[in-house]
Design a binder for this molecule. Structure first.
Ligand code: SF4
Ligand code: SF4
Length: 360
């Protein structure tokens, strides 16, 4: 495990490789769309199924009908690239302590009114000066900065599908792991195809009612539940994040129902993170989630039988990993810092119990 004790900071990479160069104006045809009559197209990438006339752009703001064909406006156009500790995704059971090159373009297919990254997720390509970085350059950066994996994250990677897909394919050729951090709002066919090149994911389950999804996110719950089931079917390792928002999705019965659904449909092995909400974007009239609410959710998840449960965005609470069999602490964390790991060949060093996830 390399650099395990020094991943406490984020390195922001300046994309100097293209500094001063003229940015090529290249349009990239999108995948997963149908041509209808009169130059109208329907995008089939996500459950929004945008129907677009000439020159119209989808809800995500980054896919446009140009002369009866659908194009992505963000291929090769990342708005941000960072080196992060993998714990920041959050992924706690996938090569803990490793570095991950993380990137995003602008745009999102949802408009959550609590979005923590709204300055880039709710921005359109024409409003920013994005750099030009080809998939091979992303892979080269990951290697140069000694990252073991590449993450598609920060905004919603579904909307830069083609760029992500090509990077992920190249990453696999270069023995890098790939990580998807997603709201899960993607249709089955593109998700299954992408899954071939994705090693791990963090999938948001933002709430457990259609009312919550329609009030706070502009999406629907059902497609997200479907994505979780498909991720399991495809053999992808994933962890689940639930951002707990006061007076929105913090009802104990709803949290219990969500945990029951996870156990019934996915099993007890997938780690679940209850994450603290901070007032942001359009939801500034709520306080940060009280710690006792997060602890309530944490206790419900354990009572229901989930084996690996964490609290996120709060220092030093429920951040360590315990062996579900012998109860000993097997990963000792302090924020994004890993203090010690007692897992060998994927098993608890104390009792040999198989621990969910992938470890060196
Ligand atoms: S990916 Fe964008 S254009 Fe396509 S259906 Fe979803 S929101 Fe609409
Ligand atoms: S899905 Fe994520 S990135 Fe998109 S608006 Fe919601 S919170 Fe923001």
């Amino acid at each position: 495990m390399k650099n395990i004790f020094i991943l406490f900071f984020i390195i922001i990479i300046s994309i100097i490789i293209i500094a001063g160069e003229k940015i090529p104006e290249v349009l990239y045809e999108a995948r997963f769309y149908e041509q209808l009559k009169n130059n109208v197209v329907r995008c089939d990438l996500c459950p929004n199924y945008c129907v677009l006339r000439k020159n119209e752009t989808g809800i995500c703001g980054v896919r446009q009908n140009i002369d009866g064909k659908l194009y992505t406006l963000v291929y090769n156009r990342p708005i941000t690239i960072h080196v992060d500790p993998i714990e920041k995704k959050p992924l706690y059971h996938f090569y803990p302590g490793s570095r991950i090159l993380s990137l995003a373009t602008v745009g999102c297919n949802l408009k959550c009114n609590f979005c923590q990254n709204w300055t880039i997720s709710q921005t359109r390509p024409e409003e920013v000066q994005a750099d030009y970085v080809e998939p091979q350059q992303i892979v080269d950066l990951a290697i140069q900065y000694e990252c073991e994996s590449i993450a598609f994250t920060y905004t919603e990677p579904t909307i830069f599908y083609e760029y992500m897909y090509d990077i992920a394919k190249l990453a696999k050729k270069n023995d890098l792991k790939t990580v998807l951090v997603t709201c899960g709002y993607i249709n089955e066919e593109p998700f299954r195809e992408l899954a071939k090149y994705i090693d791990a994911a963090n999938i948001d389950l933002k709430g457990y009612s259609e009312e919550f999804y329609s009030t706070y996110t502009t999406g629907f719950l059902e497609p997200v539940l479907n994505t979780l089931k498909i991720a399991k079917e495809e053999g992808m390792f994933f962890e689940i994040t639930n951002l707990v928002i006061p007076d929105a999705n913090d009802d104990p019965d709803e949290i219990r129902d969500m945990c029951k659904w996870i156990i019934d449909n996915l099993g007890s092995e997938y780690p679940v993170h209850f994450s603290r909400f901070h007032p942001n974007f359009k939801l500034t009239n709520r306080p940060p989630t009280p710690v006792k609410t997060l602890e309530m959710a944490y206790n419900i998840a354990l009572e229901e039988g989930l084996k690996y449960v964490y609290i996120g965005n709060v220092a030093e609470i429920a951040e360590d990993t315990y062996c579900p069999n012998c109860g000993k602490k097997i990963i000792d964390r302090s924020g994004y810092l890993i203090r010690s790991i007692h897992i060998k060949d994927g098993k608890c060093e104390f009792c040999n119990y198989k621990i969910s996830g992938e470890f060196e």
